[in-house]
Design a protein around this ligand. Sequence first.
Ligand SMILES: Cc1ncc(COP(=O)(O)O)c(C=O)c1O
Length: 449
Amino acid sequence: MAIDRQRLKDLMTRERQKFVAERPKSKALFERAGKSMLAGVPMNWMMKWAGAFPPFVREAQGAHFYDVDGHRYIDLCLGDTGAMTGHSPAATVSAVNQQVARGLTLMLPSEDAIWVAEELQRRFGLPCWQFALSATDANRFSIRLARHITGRSKILVFNWCYHGTVDESFITLQEGRVEARRGNIGPPVDPAITTKVVEFNDLEALEWALEGGDVACVLAEPVMTNVGIVHPRPEYHAALRRITRKYGTLLIIDETHTICAGPSGYTGMEHLQPDFLVFGKPIGGGVPGAAYGFTEQVAKCIADKQSLEDCDTGGIGGTLAGNALSLAAMRVTLEKVLTKAAFDRMIPMAVRWASGVERAILDFGVPWHVTHLGCRAEYMFTPRAPRNGSQAHEAMDFALERFLHLYAMNRGVLLTPFHNMALMCPATTPEDIDHHTKIFRDGLRELVA
Ligand SMILES: Cc1ncc(COP(=O)(O)O)c(C=O)c1O
């Protein structure tokens, strides 16, 4: 069934008015913010919320937050995975409070760093770890190291991937042509110089791109999550690994979002064997931090090429990276929050969310589908699961997406602003999920009735 665009427009106007009318305090703060911040927000993504302005937050706890106007929200965005642990998990807050009183950043290691590295060894099977402040940095550093080791200049990414603000990754394939990604702000060079891009799940294109022997690394999410969820075909990862090895290309698996699959991410679940692995966002329970790990062989190559005199100016670093606060937060979050028991609670919530949405899609006869990966779920405006980024991107419908997000926000549910993603944290309850199912059904009824 096609969506009636006029009806969508009318409903959107009504929802916009409702949003503004019910949030006078956020509106006043937004007007004030416009006088000191670009577009009235501290960070550009915050412009993207579906209302006329973002709701300003008063406080958040677990799976919920309150805005300054007193509205309570079920948070299915969870800071786009940064708060997959739930907001301010008690164990992390307590350890962070203790660390705050004992020194925050020193450019010296603490014992926590060893504990975290040992735990990451156990979870992901990679022997050597380093720390950064964001997943973007961890990806950038892994790419640099891959170039350094292989002596090759290019990297390869999948079409419509997202790995943070990594310059090399803002590139798309449009009708066979490689172009800077739409909206790419001030690229340092044409990304076609640094990057090859192929479709996910296309092994022939991958092999063709790597056989020239100029690609240092493939940077990949094991399941694409940033253009909707795109699962790999069966055996895809085995072939990806075989082909990368065949051409001497290193494989960086970015688990920043796919950690939603379980305590060891998709890598642990599917026994992947990357050369590098990146894990950021929720690793510190919301305190900034990220880790990247690599094989013994990679570690040896790095050590062989390392110069003591220049090790601080090689393009890998960050004054506050590996700081005592991040590492205390990572230690307690890995030990007490992002545990197997937590995933055992979160994953059934995503299944419940997906089956509620699927039932509604069937009942209202819209040509959409729902998919999930661990504690992350997503509906997409296409009847079949996409096989690659292009198919997923083509299925996007910005106006429809914004309506459903605003409809949800006006009824106390926050979805991720970029697509229709819902993430569960350990504190998400069946009642939270059922509330989303109800309002999703109500929204669909209004759209198609
Ligand atoms: C898969 C993946 N990697 C890396 C990043 C970058 O994370 P950050 O913005 O925290 O650096 C993101 C952000 O959305 C991501 O989705």
